[in-house]
Design a protein around this ligand. Structure first.
Ligand code: 9MR
Length: 367
């Protein structure tokens, strides 16, 4: 009898745990969501960002409030890319970017400009441009200078200091790929097109931070070396560069943490700003689960914690922030990219409930 009473007592307490849900049989299901008590941006010693679109900012109240609750840096997922802005020779449409900058200014959050030059975001008219190489180069110089100057005009007060709303630009994105090698930028401007683009951006704005952004820097040794060489070459030749964006589209298992730390440490040695610029963590690359299981959610929670903790290896003065590439799982580019609707890479579920991945991120921030 005493054993039975003890068993009931134990069951009662396990069923009434805060982070659990009960079914009628009183089996404990560990929950894949939780109720945060603290906001990410308040826990962090560096900016914590997410991506936006002008449309979402204008039309989705819930998105806006979740965004402003946890994040103090925003990146346009697409609206500030070349294909969206550069609508014809010397002709620009900054309207969506302006909506984003106004929103940021009103709410005192930083904008990270993304991205001036990317082989995957070239407007058709430019791809098919029939002018000379010199004319082409002049167009690109004008585009970079006009875009950077336009967005450098909006200022805001942060801690009593006037700063530009747009704090930084990814000047060139993903240059070390075969597609970039054969892109019109290298073909028409020449092998030193990166140097020229960074120089033009600096000429347009003396203060904005200039980043080179790429994927798999944390996992492919040759990519890491290309980035390290880029930093060295630029410095030797007095070409401006302030930071490196590691996109960090990673999996909950791969690459292993030792490798990530090793690659990160080599960039840290260069004493340069470091941005984890597009963080997401896949959990279902083999499509072996048909819903997010607690076990997989927990693995993702631990992964987010480890990655954020790893970022804290970056010296305080070189921490430019961590930006997540999306808010809810269903908003992620990865669902289309991997043609897998059963992927769950981000911090919020469909109803904007914080997943335990969010708790992992938060725990990783705690010094
Ligand atoms: O998430 C972005 C997706 O909506 C776009 O269709 C795609 C093409 O413009 O770009 C995605 O974002 C990419 C980012 O700009 C650069 N790094 C890779 C990101 C995922 O493809």
């Amino acid at each position: 009898m005493r054993k039975l009473i003890l068993l009931c007592f134990l069951l009662f307490f396990s069923c009434s745990k805060d982070d659990s849900t009960m079914d009628p049989l009183c089996c404990v299901h560990e929950s894949i969501t939780y109720v945060p008590t603290e906001n990410l941006k308040d826990l962090a010693s560096f900016p914590v960002g997410n991506i936006v679109s002008a449309n979402k900012i204008l039309t989705n109240n819930q998105f806006r409030s979740v965004l402003l609750n946890d994040f103090n840096s925003i990146t346009a997922e697409n609206d500030m890319k070349m294909a969206n802005i550069f609508i014809g020779p010397n002709s620009y449409d900054f309207s969506d970017g302006d909506i984003i900058i106004d929103f940021a200014q009103q709410n005192g959050v930083r904008v990270f400009g993304h991205a001036l030059i990317w082989h995957s975001s070239i407007p058709n008219w430019l791809q098919n441009y029939s002018g000379t190489d010199n004319e082409f180069e002049q167009l690109i110089e004008n585009y970079i200078k006009s875009t950077v100057s336009h967005f450098s005009q909006q200022k805001m007060l942060i801690d009593g200091e006037e700063v530009s709303v747009v704090a930084a630009w990814d000047v060139v994105n993903e240059a070390f790929t075969s597609q970039a090698e054969s892109s019109i930028f290298r073909q028409r401007i020449g092998d030193n097109y990166l140097e020229k683009c960074f120089t033009w951006a600096r000429e347009a704005d003396a203060d904005v931070k200039l980043f080179y952004n790429d994927y798999k820097i944390e996992s492919i040794p040759s990519k890491l070396n290309q980035v390290l060489n880029l930093i060295d070459d630029f410095r030797i030749n007095n070409i401006p560069i302030d930071g490196i964006g590691l996109q960090m589209h990673i999996d909950h298992i791969d690459p292993n943490l030792v490798q990530i730390k090793n690659h990160l440490d080599q960039i840290i040695e260069k004493d340069i700003l470091i941005h984890f610029s597009e963080l997401d963590v896949t959990v279902n690359r083999n499509v072996d689960i048909s819903e997010l299981t607690y076990e997989r959610a927990l693995s993702q929670e631990n992964r987010y914690r480890d990655i954020v903790e790893t970022y804290r290896r970056v010296p305080f003065e070189n921490r430019f922030g961590i930006t997540l590439w999306g808010m809810r799982d269903i908003d992620s580019w990865l669902l289309n990219h991997h043609n897998n609707p059963l992927e769950y890479p981000l911090l919020f579920d469909t109803g904007y409930n914080a997943k335990i991945a969010h708790r992992g991120f938060a725990n990783g921030l705690i010094e």
